[in-house]
Design a protein around this ligand. Structure first.
Ligand SMILES: Nc1ncnc2c1ncn2[C@@H]1O[C@H](COP(=O)(O)OP(=O)(O)OP(=O)(O)O)[C@@H](O)[C@H]1O
Ligand SMILES: [Mg+2]
Length: 360
């Protein structure tokens, strides 16, 4: 299938600094792809390169199988939504949404019909006569969305469109935006630095780090099978342990970690010829109980801190060797184990839950 958007070796330099550094990426038609990464990693620059509002230093940009690298922004079949809404303050809601159609010379009757449809789509029917200053933040963002989709772009580029909204409204808008995207079948390239938002909304996530794409995959892939320390750390909470090969026993390898921790892994999980690696242990994969652990990968620890968060308990544990581990325990019933600061507990890890990452 021809990708809706394809970047081939795209680079953008400012002086001797590469804001985007040799990025290749294909976005499928109708896909919701999220560019996720920390501030300054190059997300906005990548969007601007797709939109054509930024000039490439090297590489090419393709939309629907067509090389658009030399096309100016207004000739590309894409539209953008910004964090700041960027509405025209002197125009009504209808005027704002109609703006693009007006520029395209769409006939008045057709224009009224499509503006009405777009406003219904974002649940703003009835507010068409208001001006932007008479709307809430969430309503303004909906107008910006209606304005962007009314022209039926092939691709919609969204740069942190929800970051100005409070947590509750933001969550509601995440679900709404996802529904809208499915309904319209438009390809979305969505930018956020919020990993939860990325996990909630995306078909696939592209993790951006220092101008490069570190990993592309489903939320599930990126969370459970990160390929680098950065990916493991940026998505979800992570315990990252620097470990060293200590020996082999049958089909297993033994590794030694910080604080004298010894763990046993299947040798198949350990890359050949490797001496050192980083182990990822997600906080919910550390099984905590009051009973003494037996077998491999069990060890005692002390609860240093307990933070109750309703459905979950967040524990900070310290092993006898001084290794600190973050643990999340589900509060399944009121009668279940409740751990408090100062308690001694026993931890168990399943070898399958340990992810081996290259040492850095
Ligand atoms: N016009 C410019 N001139 C010089 N440097 C720039 C310019 N635009 C961006 N940069 C630099 O390029 C890098 C990437 O910037 P970009 O805006 O793409 O980051 P971002 O991932 O969108 O960050 P944020 O999450 O803070 O919005 C940054 O180091 C930034 O300072
Ligand atoms: Mg940005």
């Amino acid at each position: 299938m021809t990708p809706a958007v394809e970047l081939r070796g795209v680079t953008r330099r400012y002086g001797d600094m590469a804001a985007v550094d040799g990025v290749s990426l294909a976005v499928a038609p109708g896909e919701f792809l999220t560019l996720l990464g920390p501030s300054g990693c190059g997300k906005t620059t990548l969007l601007r390169l797709i939109a054509g509002s930024e000039v490439l230093t090297a590489g090419s940009v393709w939309i629907d199988g067509r090389d658009v690298t030399a096309l100016p922004a207004f000739r590309r079949p894409v539209n953008q939504v910004f964090q700041s809404y960027a509405l025209f303050p002197h125009l009504t809601v209808e005027g704002n949404v109609a703006f693009g159609l007006h520029m395209q010379g769409v006939a008045p009757a057709e224009m009224a019909r499509r503006v009405g449809e777009a406003l219904e789509l974002v649940s703003l029917g009835g507010l068409g006569a208001r001006r932007p200053h008479e709307l809430s933040g969430g309503q303004k963002q909906r107008v910006a969305l209606a304005r962007a989709v009314v022209c039926r772009p092939r691709v919609l580029l969204l740069d942190e469109p929800l970051s100005a909204l409070d947590a509750k409204l933001r969550h509601a808008m995440q679900l709404e935006l996802k529904r809208l995207q499915r309904q319209l079948g438009i390809t979305f390239v969505f930018v956020t630095h919020d990993q939860e938002e990325a996990l909630t909304m995306s078909d696939r996530i592209a993790l951006v780090h220092r101008g490069r794409i570190e990993q592309v995959g489903t939320a599930h892939d990126v969370y459970h099978r990160p390929v680098t320390r950065f990916a493991a750390d940026f998505v979800g909470q992570a315990n990252l342990l620097d470990v060293e090969l200590a020996g082999r026993e049958g089909a297993d390898v033994l590794v030694r970690g910080p604080g004298g921790l010894e763990l046993r892994l299947p040798a198949t999980a350990w890359p050949d010829g490797t001496k050192r690696a980083t182990l990822l242990v997600r906080p919910e994969k550390i099984h905590v109980s009051r009973k003494t652990g037996i077998g491999p990968n069990t060890f005692p620890a002390r609860v240093e801190e307990e933070i109750f968060q309703g459905a979950m308990d967040h524990l900070s544990l310290v092993t006898s060797g001084g290794l600190r581990l973050a643990v999340v325990v589900a509060n399944e019933s009121q009668l279940g184990d409740i751990f408090h600061a100062g308690d001694t507990v026993h931890c168990a890890l399943h070898a399958d839950d340990l992810v081996v990452l290259p040492a850095e």
